[in-house]
Ligand binder design. Structure first.
Ligand code: SF4
Ligand code: SF4
Length: 111
């Protein structure tokens, strides 16, 4: 396989900037169950208190704080649900990216 045609991989530097990026942090039903259990909450309480309908009303997203950052961001770069964070979070920026992502993401290209 040619090196030139391989897709670059990015190594997260844990800057926390993607957690401050406004927009949907989508969660699946399975993620609702996992996160609620991790937080010691019922799924009903978690859904009511920590989620909202996503922008296109097709599912749930984690609530944003008034300043636009994710409800579960603590300080600059600590995720309070790190062991069970949604696939959307763990997949960025290698599995998906948003327009302009390179301007905010400090991940290092590893080749
Ligand atoms: S769930 Fe965690 S990793 Fe995902 S946006 Fe929120 S704070 Fe960041
Ligand atoms: S913006 Fe990029 S480098 Fe910063 S925490 Fe998110 S994925 Fe990691």
């Amino acid at each position: 396989m040619s090196k030139e045609t391989s897709t670059p991989r990015y190594l997260c530097q844990r800057c926390g900037n993607c957690c401050r990026w406004p927009g949907d942090v989508r969660i699946t039903d399975a993620e609702v169950s996992r996160i609620a259990a991790f937080l010691g909450m019922t799924e009903e309480a978690f859904t009511a208190g920590c989620t909202r309908l996503n922008a296109n009303r097709t599912g749930l997203s984690i609530i944003d704080k008034p300043n636009g950052e994710c409800l579960f961001l603590e300080g600059v770069n600590v995720c309070r649900i790190q062991p069970v964070k949604p696939a959307q979070c763990s997949g960025f920026p290698n599995e998906w990216r948003f327009p302009g992502w390179r301007d905010v993401c400090e991940a290092v290209e590893t080749g």
